[in-house]
Ligand binder design. Structure first.
Ligand SMILES: [Zn+2]
Length: 111
């Protein structure tokens, strides 16, 4: 079994017509296949155990990835949509404590 470092393709065998382009002692060697495709092939022992693709992201990781993508997109879009700074329109200057707020709310109910 051979695995290509370029296209990640896996091949049971290198075709007899393939031309070996590199002659290094490295484990990966470049071959030109009969169809003209260039593959950097590395011999792998058992695709089940050695070159098995990493498991799909766990749901948590997938969620975090999605969130980071959404966040990045939001940050990308922000300059377009952010036309005015955040202004608290209802803020009339007085700082209201929770007690004052409760009092005001109670007053409104009574009215
Ligand atoms: Zn390839």
């Amino acid at each position: 079994m051979w695995k290509c470092a370029i296209c990640s393709g896996e091949f049971n065998a290198i075709p007899d017509d393939a031309v070996r382009l590199t002659h290094t002692t490295a484990r990966t060697n470049v071959y030109r296949f009969p169809d003209g495709a260039i593959h950097a092939l590395r011999k792998i022992r058992n695709p089940r155990s050695e070159s098995i693709p990493p498991p799909l992201e766990s749901p948590k990781e997938a969620t975090e990835l999605l969130q980071s993508v959404v966040k990045a997109l939001a940050e990308l879009l922000q300059p377009e949509t952010k036309s005015e700074p955040e202004i608290e329109i209802e803020d009339d200057g007085e700082s209201l404590t929770p007690m004052a707020l409760a009092f005001r709310r109670r007053k409104e109910i009574q009215n």
